[in-house]
Write a protein that binds this ligand. Structure first.
Ligand code: FES
Length: 164
């Protein structure tokens, strides 16, 4: 019961099939682009996504909390004037600065760079530029990080590559 099936396709028919397949291929790409435009994917992170840092009660005035923001070590400070947040990766050589309440500065332990806890600006030491500030809001009893205040500045700091 060996049956042999032979299929004969003319050159013209083969060309028509290939053109049809190519047309479907390009049309599906165009249709997909239209659908993606009309219904963008959900779950993508945006530059303004909120990250809950802490409940307000966790960080009373004069205290801090460390957290990660866009993959970088960061610090939330509750200053008398309100909440402040900064990337805590030092702009000098990338060590981690932390709150030193007796001096009212963010101190980098590697080369004693000091930063203003209200602005992130350099107070003293070798850091060439300020710590990047993070925009925060207080909502329903919690503090959220929103975005870098100056993403263009963050892109210029080598230790923050990919964080802006
Ligand atoms: S790494 Fe921070 S002062 Fe040098």
């Amino acid at each position: 019961m060996d049956e042999k099936i032979t299929l004969t396709i003319t050159r013209r028919k083969l060309t028509e099939i290939l053109i049809g397949v190519a047309a479907i291929f390009f049309a599906s790409g165009s249709i997909a682009a239209v659908f993606k435009y009309l219904w963008p994917a959900t779950g993508e992170t945006s530059a303004s996504s909120q990250v809950k840092i802490a409940s307000v009660d966790e960080v009373p005035t004069g205290s801090t909390k460390k957290f990660m923001f866009n993959g970088k070590a960061s610090v939330l400070l509750h200053m008398p004037a309100g909440f402040r947040a900064f990337g805590s990766v030092c702009t000098h050589l990338g060590c981690i600065a932390s709150w030193k309440p007796d001096e009212n500065v963010l101190l980098c332990p590697c080369h004693l760079g000091k930063f203003d806890p209200n602005t992130g600006s350099v107070v003293s030491g070798p850091p060439p530029s300020p710590l990047p500030a993070i925009e925060v809001i207080v909502k329903e009893g919690a503090v959220y990080a929103l975005k870098w205040k100056d993403p263009a500045y963050v892109k210029t700091i080598s230790f923050y590559a990919g964080a802006a």
